[in-house]
Design a protein around this ligand. Structure first.
Ligand SMILES: [Zn+2]
Length: 315
C-alpha cells in the first residue's frame, strides 16, 4: 500500500529533519495529510467489505501504474465488475468543500473560516478514467468506466456548489453501486482476464524525496520523547538523557530511518557519525552484532542495512 509507504517515509523524515529546516512544516503537513488519507482509505475498505456485490467483482486498492508517457497514476480504488469499472478517489478533508466548475477550482473552508484551494479531485479521477478507458479499448474490452469522489469524513460539509458533481459521502457508496448495477447491463467481459491485465501493468511507485544529508539530524533518537532527544550509548544500551528510557533496540529504528532517508549502505565511519559513537572499535563490535552483510575491501568496506531491519530486533 503506497500510502503506508509514504507515511513511513514522511514519519522518518519529520523525525530527522532539522526543526529549523525551511521545508519542515510543509513535510509535516504532508505527513498529516497522508495520515488522514490513509484513515479515509481504511474506512472505505470497511464499507466495501460490508457491501454485498450482486455479481463477480474485484477491488484493487491503491492501484499504481505508469502510463506510456511516463507519468504515474495512483488510484485509491479500482472496482471491476462485469457491468462497469469504477475509479474511486477518496478524500478526507475537513471543513466545508466548495467548487467553482468554470475554473475547475476546488476549495475548502476550515471551521476557522480560512479558505484553501485543493487539488481538484474530479480532474484527478477523470485523468485516471481516461487512461483506464484507453487501456480497455487497447485490450479490446468493452466496459463502461466511471469515477466517483468519496468523502470519508462524516463531519465535512459539501456545499451546494457541488450539486450534480460526482462526489458523495462514504455512507452513500453502497447505494451508488446499486444504481450502477441498475443502469449498466451485463457484459461478456472475462473478469479474470481483465484482472490479470491490470495486475501486469500495476507497479508500486516508491515514494521518496531527495533531502540532502546535512539537513538531517544525527543520533539514535528517543522514540519515547517523540524523537526530540538524542540517546547515548553505554554498555550496550541506548539511554535517553531526557526521559531515562534504556533500550537495546533503539538503534534499529535509527538505522531504519537511515535506510529510508539516506540509503541502504553504511560504512563504519558513517555509522559512527550517525549514531554519535567516537570509537571505531565500539562501532565495529556494534556492526558485528547487527550481522549486516558486508561488501567491499579495505577502506571501501560498507554494510548493507536490510529491508527488514525493524523485524530483526526481535532476534
Ligand atoms: Zn526520551
Amino acid at each position: 500500500m503506497y500510502r503506508t509507504e509514504k507515511l513511513v517515509y514522511l514519519e522518518a523524515l519529520i523525525s530527522r529533519l532539522k526543526v529549523d529546516d525551511e521545508e519542515f512544516s510543509s513535510y509535516q503537513q504532508a505527513y498529516y495529510r497522508s495520515q488522514a488519507g490513509l484513515a479515509g482509505e481504511l474506512k472505505m475498505q470497511r464499507t466495501l467489505a460490508d457491501y454485498h456485490f450482486p455479481g463477480p467483482y474485484k477491488i484493487f486498492y491503491n492501484f499504481e501504474c505508469i502510463n506510456e508517457k511516463g507519468f504515474s497514476h495512483q488510484i485509491d480504488a479500482l472496482i471491476i465488475t462485469t457491468r462497469f469499472l469504477l475509479v474511486v478517489e477518496v478524500k478526507q478533508i475537513s471543513g466545508t468543500l466548495f467548487y467553482k466548475p468554470a475554473f475547475h477550482e476546488f476549495a475548502r473552508q476550515t471551521e476557522e473560516g480560512v479558505i484553501e484551494n485543493f487539488k481538484n479531485p474530479f480532474d484527478q479521477a477523470y485523468r485516471h478514467q481516461l487512461y483506464i478507458s484507453y487501456l480497455l479499448s487497447k485490450w479490446g474490452i468493452s466496459l463502461p468506466v466511471l469515477y466517483i469522489v468519496i468523502n470519508a469524513n462524516i463531519r465535512t460539509k459539501l456545499d451546494s456548489s457541488l450539486n450534480g458533481y460526482p462526489i458523495i459521502h462514504l455512507s452513500g457508496l453502497p447505494n451508488f453501486l446499486e444504481k450502477l448495477y441498475e443502469t449498466n447491463g451485463e457484459s461478456t467481459v472475462n473478469l479474470m482476464d481483465l484482472e490479470r491485465k491490470l495486475v501486469s501493468i500495476s507497479r508500486r511507485l516508491p515514494y521518496s524525496k531527495n533531502v540532502e544529508r546535512d539537513r538531517l539530524r544525527n543520533g539514535v533518537l528517543c522514540q519515547n520523547c517523540d524523537f526530540h532527544h538524542v540517546m547515548y550509548y553505554h554498555h550496550g544500551l541506548w539511554i535517553c538523557p531526557h526521559c531515562g528510557v534504556k533500550s537495546k533496540e533503539a538503534i534499529f529504528l535509527a538505522l531504519h530511518q537511515y535506510r529510508l532517508l539516506i540509503g541502504d549502505r553504511i560504512t563504519n565511519r558513517e555509522l559512527r557519525k550517525f549514531v554519535g559513537i567516537d570509537c571505531k572499535a565500539v562501532t565495529s563490535k556494534l556492526l558485528k552484532r547487527l550481522k549486516f552483510e558486508q561488501f567491499g575491501k579495505g577502506r571501501g568496506v560498507y554494510h548493507l542495512i536490510p529491508e527488514d531491519i525493524l523485524e530483526r530486533k526481535n532476534e
